[in-house]
Design a protein around this ligand. Sequence first.
Ligand code: 13P
Ligand code: SF4
Length: 317
Amino acid sequence: CSISTTWADDVRRLARERDAIILAHNYQAPEIQDVADHVGDSLALARLAANSSASTIVLAGVHFMAETAALLCPDKTVLIPDAQAGCSLADSLTAEQLRAWKAEYPDAAVVTYVNTTAEVKAESDICCTSSNAVDVVNSLPADQEILFGPDQFLGAHVRRVTGRHNIHVWMGECHVHADISPTQLRDQVEANPDADLYIHPECGCTTSALWLTSNGDLPSERTHVLSTGGMLDAARTTRNRQVLVATETGMLHQLRQVNTDTTFTPINPDAVCPFMKMTTPEKLLRCLETGRDVVTVDPVLATKARTAVERMIAIGG
Ligand code: 13P
Ligand code: SF4
């Protein structure tokens, strides 16, 4: 206990000395979440970075999140505890692939998830996150053809909610969310028949959840397709004492903190993102001590990519 207290004190002291703000994603390990200044979803972290007065931002998350902070804050130093912390979803659409896709549909608007590289954002008209994807798509004229990527499950969700048939969806996926299976979902719903379900739209089993709902096995008022930030908002006010959670398991730490009366059960307890867990206490401390790893984006690329991210932030959602 005294060791971890010393670690947390050292992290806080070094952050103060560096004029640094520590932003952690909801999927980070509990001790990293607890020491951070703010914990949030991708959209919240982008907004916090953009509005921060600190001269240094430490992004305890994955590389695309630090890149997004660097794009939005060209005058600040952006640090990440481990620059190797990638994202299988971001890797599923390269800038070259996007350029080829755009060439097939020259009149389409390009909407990409923030889980992309700066190069892909620079080729996009507007970005979105899981919490605002529907609002972003609805901000475009109804007859506007759209290329949506890289997540196929979020794309299918956006298609379903907006009712638009003019959205072409890239077939990428996050390996962590894709591995939360329909069978695991069905088994947990059967074992906990009164529970609410919070499901992240990146999950491969989102369609199965909605099928169970349409079948009457899972009442629609208890099925919630939510971003990680949306899950926290729902958890704060729920009266249900049982909630099943389909997303990366780091989320459970925040959920259990905001509502101590409800039991939150993961649909798949092995849904752990290896990239998110590359932020260890030792690496966070080293990052603050050494000022590494620095994340920068080429200025010309950054200007293009920033436009797409700022358009998203202006829409809100
Ligand atoms: P959100 O935090 O935007 O819900 O995204 C989830 C995610 O997979 C980030 O890596
Ligand atoms: Fe990427 Fe999936 Fe990990 Fe999120 S959970 S960082 S989408 S690999």
